[in-house]
Ligand binder design. Structure first.
Ligand code: HEM
Length: 467
């Protein structure tokens, strides 16, 4: 696209606006994006009632009676019978018809949270001797139904753990991170709460990015004041990206990598956590050929719609053919796949953004005043991705490596069956380490090192050189 085409795409919108508002691109409100809270709902989700309260009740009971299936600590062994009774109760619940929820999007979202958390509790508390993980029809059927109505994958997602997993500390006061309390927590650990809270803070902080995008989308002409406004907004965006980077780093102050890797992460795993050769989960009562059952990965930061919006606005393409700079093939479809784990309306917003007739990168190519602010934003995002990768290595690769070496420290031992066990805070937990030949996977099921490296490379490629 050359400058005159770009220019006419702006002036053309201006004449469209004169001809009537129906031609304007829909605003973010149309996509269930709140002006103040963005992709986070403007109020906590309401609890389920009537016949659906039974799901709320079993979820409330879960943390008191369930431990990871391979946890052999005394506490876990003492709870075994209660855990089995809980799972038997789940199997006995009748399959509830969700049709009455159809017109109530916030209730559907809450139903997704409750059912998706129940699925994780059910599957990951099963004893390791159970080879095929079967999700009972009482959970699987309504979860698939609710997910279809919302346009989101039928499994626990970033929304279920972050954007929908909070209530207000002081009801009536604004939705700010200081006024939000995490509701569901697998481990009951402060580390897990911190992990969710930091990501919720990023989603709220990202609202400023969405406002900049909205303002740019509504720009109708390209005069000098407008160009200087766009340049100013790109500079603001750079600062916001740097602040998000700081927030990601703040994970380290409250979430211990051992607790993350050994205690939290096993609960997050989706059906592909062990790689493509694993048979995965069976959703009883659901046709195994329905397309949505292909999307049962665990939650990932890759499902944050804010991060996708940022990539699309800055025109960063993750579809590059040639692997990453380390020459390992990366999963090029990952980011697109992650969109299927978002609310359908949020995905539709990203699709609309992707079709933008006036990508800012093209504009920055032709308008010298925009080139540097654009490149600064790209540099900040590249730095964010590099720092994020360090976090991923620290929390996953290093932990996996430590487990594949001989006992890391005197607290780690080997049980009678020659399986590594870990003793921490009085808990003894069997190792769930990956086989040596297997890549270390992220909770989104990816061989994550080449994936994250490819993301850094894709960001760097967007940078504009001097003409
Ligand atoms: C302990 C903290 C974290 C760890 C260990 C971690 C790990 C990972 C891993 C392994 C991936 C690869 C995809 C997958 O399999 O899930 C990933 C992707 C991603 N994560 Fe994180 N992450 C952490 C925190 C965050 C935070 C706080 C954010 C901010 C929203 C974030 C944003 C992303 C994004 C956007 C991707 C997609 C890849 C990309 O855009 O480069 N992560 N993360």
């Amino acid at each position: 696209m050359n400058f005159s085409t770009l220019f006419s795409s702006f002036t053309c919108t201006s004449s469209i606006q004169k001809n009537g508002p129906e031609q304007e691109p829909p605003s973010q409100l149309h996509f269930d994006i709140d002006p103040v809270t963005g992709f986070v709902p403007p109020e906590p989700l309401p609890r389920l009632c009537r016949e659906f309260k039974i799901w709320e009740d079993v979820l409330e009971e879960a943390p008191d009676v369930l431990k990871l299936g391979d946890d052999i600590s005394e506490e876990a062994l003492a709870l075994k019978a209660k855990g089995e009774a809980w799972r038997a109760h789940i199997r006995a619940i009748s399959i509830l018809d969700i049709v009455s929820l159809k017109a109530q999007p916030r209730i559907l979202q809450r139903a997704h949270v409750v059912l998706a958390w129940l699925v994780q509790y059910y599957v990951h508390s099963l004893p390791p001797s159970v080879e095929t993980k079967r999700v009972p029809a009482s959970l699987a059927v309504p979860l698939v139904g609710v997910s279809r109505l919302l346009g989101i994958a039928p499994v626990i997602t970033f929304s279920d753990t972050i954007t929908w997993n909070w209530e207000l500390i002081r009801p009536g006061d604004p939705v700010t991170i200081d006024n939000m309390a995490v509701v569901h927590n697998f481990t009951g650990r402060e580390d897990e709460r911190h992990f969710y809270q930091v990501q919720a803070a990023i989603e709220l902080h990202g609202v400023q990015i969405l406002q900049i995008i909205e303002e740019y989308t509504k720009t109708s002409h390209l005069d000098e004041p407008t160009i200087s406004k766009i340049a100013g907004n790109l500079t603001r965006m750079t600062v916001i990206i740097e602040e998000i980077n700081d927030l990601i780093q703040s994970i380290r102050t409250g979430c211990d990598p051992h607790v993350f890797y050994w205690e939290m992460r096993p609960w997050f795993n989706g059906n592909d956590a062990k790689g493509p050769s694993d048979p995965g989960w069976i959703y009883e009562g659901v046709d195994p050929d329905v397309p949505e059952l292909k999307y049962l990965s665990g939650p990932s930061g890759g499902q944050s719609a804010v991060m996708h919006a940022l990539d699309l606005f800055l025109d960063i393409s993750h579809d590059f053919e040639g692997g990453c700079s380390t020459n390992k093939p990366a999963d090029r479809g990952f980011m697109n796949r992650m969109r299927l784990y978002m609310l359908g309306k949020h995905r539709a917003y990203l699709e609309q953004l992707q079709k933008s007739p006036r990508p800012i990168r093209e504009l920055a190519k032709y308008i010298p005043a925009l080139r540097e602010p654009y490149n600064d934003a790209i540099a900040a995002l590249k730095k964010l991705r590099s720092f994020h990768m360090r976090i991923a290595v620290m929390y996953i690769t290093n932990m996996a490596r430590a487990s594949s070496l001989q006992p890391r420290n005197p607290e780690v031992g080997v049980d009678k069956n020659r399986q590594e066990v870990r003793v921490e805070s009085g808990n003894v937990t069997k190792s769930n380490r990956p086989e040596q030949s297997e890549p270390v996977r992220g909770s989104g099921g990816s061989d994550f090192a080449p994936l994250l490296r490819a993301g850094i490379d894709a960001t760097a490629r967007a940078s504009l050189r001097d003409p």
